[in-house]
Write a protein that binds this ligand. Sequence first.
Ligand code: VGL
Ligand code: ZN
Length: 199
Amino acid sequence: MADLSALLVIDVQSDFCPGGALAVAGGDGIVSGINALMEGFDAVILSQDWHPAGHSSFASSHPGKAPLEVIEMPYGPQVLWPDHCIQGTPGADFHKGLRTDGDLILRKGFNKGLDSYSAFFENDHETPTGLEGYLRSRGIGRLTLVGLALDFCVAWSAVDGARLGFAVEVRRDLCRAIDAAGSLAAAEARMAEAGVRVV
Ligand code: VGL
Ligand code: ZN
């Protein structure tokens, strides 16, 4: 029953591509490869980082703080970011070249006081996005992840998926990383520990 496969395309949005507010180097270079990969799966799901203006993950919401500084939130440490992926703005749109004819578009990060890197849980590791129920009720047990950024939203989604019992594979060639302050090495270690296959 739970043996169908899904491709999870994480946050391939204008703000994470060159020219965007939180540009990931080479972020636009994975788009055509992701489009081509879509054919081979039972389901295609796209996640979309989707913040209200004034979101608590924005450095601009914390006087005196700069992007990439870390603050303590009630749910734990939170890296601060430039304003990005604000609901309804061009930066929140998917990259113009990305195929968006998948089955589900899952938005996350819409709670003002709580960030959500993972497509499964918000950053308190508790509040679900609903993706787990969607996958299980469609009989999906195998996930392949691609997108942006490898060391944040892709890795957090992959680790949560593996912990929930899905078989998770990350296609490294179709991801790009932010790699701030050792974040890529840390993410790789957490993925390995969780049993994520990085190929
Ligand atoms: C992401 C930082 C902030 C991501 C989203 O998609 O990896 N990173 N919001
Ligand atoms: Zn974000």
